[in-house]
Design a protein around this ligand. Sequence first.
Ligand SMILES: Nc1nc2c(c(=O)[nH]1)N[C@H]1C(S)=C(S)[C@@H](COP(=O)(O)O)O[C@H]1N2
Ligand SMILES: [Mo]
Length: 326
Amino acid sequence: MLIQRNPNGIDLPFSSEITPRAVFESRRDFIRQIAVGSIASASLLEIANREAFAQSPTAQKLAAAVNPAYALMEKKTSYKDATTYNNFYEFGTDKADPAMTAGSLKPRPWSISIEGEIKKPMTLDLDSLLKLAPLEERIYRLRCVEGWSMVIPWVGYSLSQLIKKVEPNSNARFVEFITLEDKKQMPGLRSPVLEWPYVEGLRLDEAMHPLALLTFGMYGEVLPNQNGAPVRIVLPWKYGFKSAKSIVKIRFTKEQPRTAWNIAAPSEYGFYSNVNPEVNHPRWSQASERRIGEDGLLSRKRKTLMFNGYSDVAALYAGMDLKKFF
Ligand SMILES: Nc1nc2c(c(=O)[nH]1)N[C@H]1C(S)=C(S)[C@@H](COP(=O)(O)O)O[C@H]1N2
Ligand SMILES: [Mo]
């Protein structure tokens, strides 16, 4: 192989040496086409996104048409990164743990019991849940409170569809989400790192916002266990920890529910936890973020946007001091 010394003194092979000739040639054509503007920028994004779709060869397909109203035009995080860099403390606290240990979770049979301040309490199994409303694909940015983000194509429908079905009564002001707690399936429960089960909550009007997604799949497949199989919520305008995984119970309440991270560290994690670049975590800034798989480990070069860019939700918080209600 021909080695060329580059100006920085590092030996680099020519790209024609490491790439088969035909691929190299067609790439040159491709670059030429971009230069003359014959490939639209939308298809450039499509090409960038192809890499993101190397899905699991064994997973069950769960296809749905993209809802263009919620299709973020950004390069998707690769399936590999989205399924090997996870926070799911029931399966360990290291980012790599859930992918290695969540095989013990049994996502079928599964049901969610829906109770509390509603006219129609019910238990729905997974098939009934899947049939309740048409599935949509929604490409959302997920911003973790730790300062990183991903872009993931989720499959689900608005949580509001389920809420309408159970008919909240006039006492219902909040919704609580409760994750499975089973030591046999979840090795991380042996550690007291959080109070178990993992609980999260929303005000009822937040839960009714169309962006709040009851989620069954990602990348056109059912949710991998490490991402919260078989059903979770995704709330793209809030820090990632609000999006509880592997939900077994949804309870409607009069009082504001307790939430897992607020119990663990109340001065660090508030009930609302809306993405807000102006309210820093006591131990780090929230003004910027790094995109997993694209940016360097210490490179938080992307500006974090108010409500993670989902400004539609602002009306939910009109008149509220979001520094106080962080
Ligand atoms: N039950 C449960 N849900 C959870 C968590 C958890 O530890 N347990 N981690 C949260 C955090 S901190 C984030 S950032 C997201 C990560 O979702 P992902 O792994 O699908 O990207 O899940 C959230 N949901
Ligand atoms: Mo997170």
